[in-house]
Write a protein that binds this ligand. Structure first.
Ligand code: WAQ
Ligand code: MG
Length: 272
């Protein structure tokens, strides 16, 4: 990209988060993307009373290029099974199981300090489960990331071949790839706040993007993200600055594996 722009959308109702989106595009394409993001803001069952779209020029030389995490789908079809698989995978990345379980409970019960959905992610200390993000109502919102045009098209193709056609998967994979590379980050846990979208994932550089189809029941409006942080591996302020400000382009597409059981997944990981 010669003249890249960051394009961000956030929609809210009475101050509460409704939806958001992040893109990076060539200056000539900004005009096409803004209306796409606006229609996204109004596509939810909750009508926003405020929508903000922000476009900012990015210095092309300041853009980092990352390889996408690979995707593994687990063949687990009930909420308790998916949540306990998530805890086991988090444990395998170095998150103590008690901290992983606390994160699942946090997202299941509404992660913001008022029990609603947060606009950004919670950051959890793996040493003790303490929350580290400065604003526990809002969370930390990762921004300024996207697929390169070529890798995005290829990722879309490969995900579709694996039966993953939803734009949410592609966008979440780009976000998870950025988060996995943040200083001090051990892993991430996520599921959607969209009542109709039950899938979630655990991601890390070592674990890949492990997709879990039923992290919540249908019509449950709660969801969110927890980033697991290890102070021994990075500085918190640097981590937050990277998440919010570093421009990142994902320039290679993902491999897609599965569906497979958690046991098969751990076997595959042992062998590679
Ligand atoms: N940075 C930090 N946190 C975010 C961001 C961001 N850019 N965007 C969303 N969140 C947090 C926020 O708390 C939301 O409430 C929560 O994540 C969920 O956001 O492979 O669609 O946009 O198909 O609902 C999982 C994909 C979908 C599973 C995730 O998230 C799959 C999704 P949503
Ligand atoms: Mg969103």
């Amino acid at each position: 990209m010669k003249k890249p722009y960051s394009i961000r959308m956030r929609a809210s109702r009475r101050g509460a988060h409704v939806s958001g989106a992040e893109r990076i595009a060539e200056v000539g394409d900004v005009n096409d993307i803004v209306p796409q993001l606006l229609s996204r803001a109004f596509a939810r069952s909750t009508e926003p009373d405020e929508v903000v779209v922000r476009c900012e020029k990015i210095a092309p030389h300041a853009m980092a290029r990352l390889d996408s995490l690979d995707v593994v789908t687990l063949d687990c079809f009930d909420v308790p099974g998916c949540r306990s698989a998530a805890i086991r995978i988090l444990e395998s990345t170095g998150v103590p199981s008690s901290v992983a379980a606390a994160a699942v409970d946090l997202l299941a019960s509404g992660a913001s300090s008022s029990g609603r959905v947060m606009r950004g992610a919670a950051i959890m200390d793996i040493a003790n489960g303490n929350r580290l993000e400065p604003d526990q109502e809002r969370g930390v919102r990762a921004s300024r990331f996207d697929w390169s045009y070529d890798a995005g098209a290829e990722a879309e193709h490969r995900l579709a071949a694996a039966g993953l056609n939803h734009y949410r998967t592609r966008e979440a994979l780009a976000l998870a790839t950025k988060i996995a590379h943040a200083p001090g980050t051990v892993a991430e846990l996520c599921w959607s706040d969209d009542p109709e979208y039950t899938a979630g994932y655990v991601a890390s550089r070592a674990a890949g993007y492990v997709r879990l189809p039923f992290m919540k029941r249908n019509s449950d409006p709660l969801g969110g993200r927890v980033i697991f942080f290890d102070a021994a591996r990075g500085d918190l302020e640097q981590c937050i600055r990277y998440l919010q400000h570093a421009a990142v382009l994902i320039h290679t597409a993902c491999k897609c594996l599965g569906p497979m059981s958690a046991e098969e997944y751990f076997d595959v990981r042992k062998r590679t």
